[in-house]
Every structure is written in C-alpha cells, then in structure tokens.
Design a protein around this ligand. Structure first.
Ligand SMILES: Cc1ncc(COP(=O)(O)O)c(C=O)c1O
Length: 310
C-alpha cells in the first residue's frame, strides 16, 4: 500500500518530466552531403533533458524501476557510466529526489564530473585503465553488498534502455521522415540506441537497412562507443539486427568535427562526428535514399577536444 502511494507521487512527477525527454528535431545535412538524390538527417539528441541521448534510456529505466518499487526516496540507484548516462540519471534523480550513485572511470571529462557533483550525485571513481567495464563490475559489487541502499539499474543489461528507443527514437524518425527513411546508421555504446531504434524500424518496414558503427580499434577516442571485440558485450546487444557492421577511425571523425562546424553549423561531439562520418560514407555508396543517424551530444561536453582540433 505504502509503495503504491509513493509510486503515485513519483508517477505524477515522472509525467511532468516526460515531456522534456525525446522528441528531438531532425537536422538535414546538406552541405557535406554531395549526393543529390540521397538525404541525410540527424536527430539532435542534445536538445532534451540533460543535453544528451541518454535522457531517453535513463528516464525509461528510472520510470520502470519506480513502477516496480525497486527505487524510491530511500533506496537509490547505482550504475556505471562513461558520462552521459550518469548526467541523465543525476538530473532525473535531482528532480525526483532519488539518490543517485555512479561508478565513473576517473578519466571521464572534467565537465561531466563537475555536472555530476553539481547535480548532487555520489561519485565512486574507478581506474582509467578499467574503463566502463571495471565501473560496471564495481556497481554490481556494491549493489550486492548493500541491497537495501542500492538498486543496480545496469544500463548494459536493462531492457528499458533499448525500449526507450524502440518506442521513442524509432517512432519519431518514422513520423519525421514521413515513413521515407531507408537507412538507419548509428554507433554502439550500451547498444540501446541502435538495437531499439533498428528493431522498431524493421517492424515498421523490413526493407529499412540498419548499419551499426564501432571504433576501428580498442584504443579509441569515441567517448560513449564500444569496440565490442575487446569489451564486455552488453547483454542487450542483439547481433542479428544489423544488416551490416562498419568501423570508424577516431582521427577521421575528429577531422570531421571541424567540417561539420564550418559547413553545417554544428558543434559535434566525437561520437556524433563518427556517426556523421558513417552516414556520409554510406551516402557515397547509394544512388538514392533517406539516411538517418543520431547525434548523441554536443561538443560543449568536450571543451578539451574542441581546443585541440582548432
Ligand atoms: C556520447 C555518446 N555517444 C553514443 C553513445 C551510445 O549510445 P548507446 O549507449 O545507446 O549505444 C553514448 C552512450 O553513452 C554516448 O554517451
């Protein structure tokens, strides 16, 4: 009974917050795209709560955990994140009054660390060498040791991650392109964006081609992305969904940040530039079509990178 009352209060707050999640605009890439019969569009995912794509997954994960009674004002969430999910959890947690504890590799950007502290999250640093894999292990351990304190939301295994994109991102792309989308191309992090969006688009039209992107080496600078061969493969990943798997070079993506600024008026993060690179390369190979990708976040999240590429 108590849980139901708490849930109702949270539900109302969640409903109020929900309108700030998703529904991002589709931006046309016109000057860098040289193919007259190919259109390229990108969802500007920084134009929502917490300024990144991860608002979608974090919101849906928290919403379902609240509905299940797994988290509330006394029992918070714990998870591992390279940055954007952490900021999304902390933002939503601050607004709902839910404690948020995050295991973060110590080499995460200063901007993200500052944002997390300002939003009142508890940060537990893990080694820079262990990356997000070690941060995941730490979050799991702490939740097992302190089950009354933490619920491990585990974005890498949580079905509500990909479902946020299945119900949100994909449906938006379908509506915004007036059902004309022919290709969806996006990088793999937790894989939620790619798996959820592709799964739904294929249901809407099985002809739509879905292409996944990964860094072309284990040591890369595409924050938020995983090189699956050398990482723990997220449980939500489904290797039957992609029609094709492609690989992107960090340096080429960084070069494109400059061109995207100059010719498209966009200040892109490394992963957004890597998605644009994949989309431009794909456009070169087809005669006509409507290619859609996502720009997870904005260059302002990475001030140190902008300084080095100018
Ligand atoms: C900057 C950035 N790009 C891309 C991604 C990948 O998105 P997903 O986790 O849905 O695969 C993330 C995920 O954290 C990210 O932070």
């Amino acid at each position: 009974m108590q849980t139901a009352i708490i849930n109702n209060q949270f539900l109302e707050k969640l409903r109020q917050l929900e309108k700030f999640v998703g529904n991002t605009p589709l931006y046309p890439i016109t000057r860098l795209n040289t193919k007259p019969n190919v259109k390229i569009y990108a969802k500007l995912e920084w134009q929502q709560l917490s300024n990144s794509v991860k608002a979608r997954a974090a919101f849906n994960i928290i919403k379902q955990a609240v509905l299940n009674g797994d988290i509330h004002e006394q029992k918070g969430l714990i998870d591992a994140s390279s940055g954007n999910t952490a900021v999304a959890y902390a933002t939503i947690g601050a607004k709902l009054g839910i404690p948020v504890t995050l295991c973060v590799p110590e080499n995460a950007s200063a901007a993200k660390k500052n944002a997390l502290q300002a939003l009142g999250a508890t940060i537990i640093y893990t080694s820079r060498f262990g990356g997000t894999d070690e941060a995941q292990q730490k979050a799991n351990e702490l939740s097992l040791e302190n089950p009354l304190q933490y619920f491990y939301t585990n974005q890498y295994a949580n079905e509500n991650n990909w479902k946020a994109h299945y119900n949100g991102t994909a449906q938006e792309i379908w509506n915004q392109t007036k059902e004309k989308v022919t290709h969806f191309i996006a990088g793999l992090g937790t894989t939620g964006t790619f798996v959820g969006t592709s799964r739904k688009l294929k249901e809407l039209n099985k002809e739509i081609q879905t292409i996944s992107l990964q860094p072309n080496s284990a040591m890369h600078g595409l924050e938020g992305w995983k090189h699956l061969e050398s990482a723990i493969v997220p449980k939500i990943y489904d290797d039957t969904i992609a029609d094709e798997n492609r690989f992107v070079d960090t340096y080429e993506a960084f070069d494109l940040i400059k061109d995207a600024a100059k010719f498209e008026g966009l200040l892109l993060s490394p992963s957004a530039a890597a998605n644009l690179l994949g989309a431009l390369q794909l456009a070169e190979e087809i005669e006509e079509g409507v290619i859609v990708t996502t720009f997870a976040d904005h260059a302002s999240n990475y001030p140190e990178i902008l300084e080095t590429i100018l």
